[in-house]
Design a protein around this ligand. Structure first.
Ligand code: SAM
Length: 219
């Protein structure tokens, strides 16, 4: 049995509490997943939107070939990201701002790539967020997600279901199925699922990549 999607205010409050300790705890634990997603985005280069950028832990994973814009629901998380920007070490980060991924203020086809690391399972309406990401990415551009996804069978699945009931207030959701991401792509004629890959060494995190169908060549 899957738990319902998380409520926006639960997530906002949970991450306001996470902000002071987030880098110390989630920095090392999620490092491999975060790096894998950023490396994929960096290989495309150009204008990259980080949805749920949080404290800006990924800033180190980009370089001058990219221009990073970050959005997040939670101001205390963004304050940490702004402190990193103020060091001057990340000239490729153009800016971060409070914005809900369900309703982004960017025009259509603004970015070459949209990255969401450890975000899609937490949002109130994952399909709506995917559609927003799809809207703001250029034709031929990609949406790159990384997350822990539901194991679906065996002991791991049982543990995830048990944990799910107890960690909602922390803004965590360990039992979100891949099938939901796949179904979104299947229901959108311009979205192609191009990659689903477990991240080494333990395969705890999965990288999922969608492409927006390239615009047809002019005759
Ligand atoms: C687990 S943290 C991941 C942060 C960062 N991507 C990382 O890898 O360290 C999830 C982030 O998503 C943000 N978030 C959750 N729902 C959101 C929404 N609807 N719009 C924008 N950000 C959201 C949270 O505030 C939080 O900062």
């Amino acid at each position: 049995m899957m738990t319902p999607d998380l409520d926006k205010s639960i997530v906002e409050h949970a991450y306001a509490r996470w902000a002071p300790i987030y880098d110390a705890i989630c920095g090392p634990v999620m490092l491999k997943g975060r790096r894998a997603a950023a490396a994929e985005a960096r290989s495309l280069g150009g204008k990259i939107l980080e949805v749920g950028v949080g404290t800006g832990l990924s800033f180190d994973d980009y370089d001058h070939t990219t221009e990073i814009t970050g959005i997040d629901l939670c101001e205390p998380m963004l304050e940490k990201a702004r402190a990193k920007m103020a060091t001057g070490r990340y000239p490729w980060v153009k800016g971060v701002q409070v914005m809900d991924a369900h309703r982004m203020a960017f025009p259509d086809a603004t970015f070459d790539c949209v990255v969401a690391q450890f975000v899609i399972t937490l949002v109130a309406n994952p399909e709506q967020v995917l559609s927003e990401c799809h809207r703001v990415v250029k034709p031929g551009g990609r949406i790159i997600l990384v997350n822990h996804l539901y194991s679906e069978v065996g002991v791991a699945a049982a543990v995830e279901r048990w944990t799910a009931q107890r960690t909602r207030g922390l803004g965590l959701r360990p039992e979100f199925p891949f099938a939901r991401l796949q179904a979104w792509a299947q229901s959108n004629k311009d979205a192609i699922l191009v990659e689903r890959r477990k991240i080494a060494p333990f395969g705890i995190y999965t990288l999922v990549c969608f492409e927006r169908t390239p615009a047809p060549l002019a005759a």
